[in-house]
Ligand binder design. Sequence first.
Ligand code: NDP
Ligand SMILES: O=C(O)C1=N[C@H](C(=O)O)C[C@H](O)C1
Length: 247
Amino acid sequence: MKIVLLGYGKMGKIIEKFALKRGHQIHLAVTSANRPNLTIADIQGADVAIDFSLPDAALANIDLCLAAKLPLVVGTTGWYAMLDQVRSTTLQQGGAVLYGSNFSIGVNIFFHVNKLLASAMSPYKSYDVQVEEIHHTHKLDAPSGTAITIAEGILDALPAKDAWVNYIDGTEAEVIPKAHELLIESHRIEEVPGTHTVVYSSEVDQIEFKHTAHSRDGFALGAVIAAEWLFGKTGFFQVTEMFEFNK
Ligand SMILES: NC(=O)C1=CN([C@@H]2O[C@H](COP(=O)(O)OP(=O)(O)OC[C@H]3O[C@@H](n4cnc5c(N)ncnc54)[C@H](OP(=O)(O)O)[C@@H]3O)[C@@H](O)[C@H]2O)C=CC1
Ligand SMILES: O=C(O)C1=N[C@H](C(=O)O)C[C@H](O)C1
């Protein structure tokens, strides 16, 4: 496939490596430098686009790909408040968009088991739950998209919690969650690729469920596999739909 990389930073460059290894070609790599002059015609000769850019850039990139009728995989996080609108625009225009807060196999298995664990925990009111995420200091959004997906999995299964709240470690404003709120604690530490932990605590014990990314390779390979999966389809998809255990 000929791939347009929307974003050619930390992720875009690793995605390129896996795309070439799997026999694909890079049609165009887009950065802040060439994005202002990018036209529909520039991307129309490609088969698929993969967006790992900036939270503020994702929506315009989605619109551009829809206008060009180019299937798009969106890995960029931090735009999910607009998800419903993007879904309906994609469906109205007969486009193809697949998005996911995390493309690694390990995290997608984690998402699945997280829901099972939350269901198992739901009768046991003596446990409180919180989510922690640690990422590198360059990250622009908090909480991470992955932490939001994890929190949504817990909220769906635990009637005692109906909303998440975020505390960013090191910021002054203290966040004390109410009993019905699920705390997501965000930490920013040097070059950490991404660590997510769900913690259930009671007076007598603690359960910790943790995923640690050793590098960005799992995210990048997953994004290329997602592009292969999306090619030839129309609709609005989540990365979770690619996995056998969700079928
Ligand atoms: N879903 C997942 O599995 C994962 C998602 N992510 C998400 O992916 C996104 C990118 O992460 P990362 O690669 O680390 O970020 P980087 O900051 O390293 O790279 C961002 C890239 O986007 C480019 N860019 C800036 N503006 C635009 C624009 N308007 N259109 C296209 N490209 C643009 C930048 O250009 P320039 O080089 O000129 O600055 C840069 O090349 C983040 O939102 C992150 O949260 C990250 C890892 C995994
Ligand atoms: O910005 C990152 O680096 C990452 N972002 C994604 C997120 O917000 O969850 C996925 C991964 O954790 C790395």
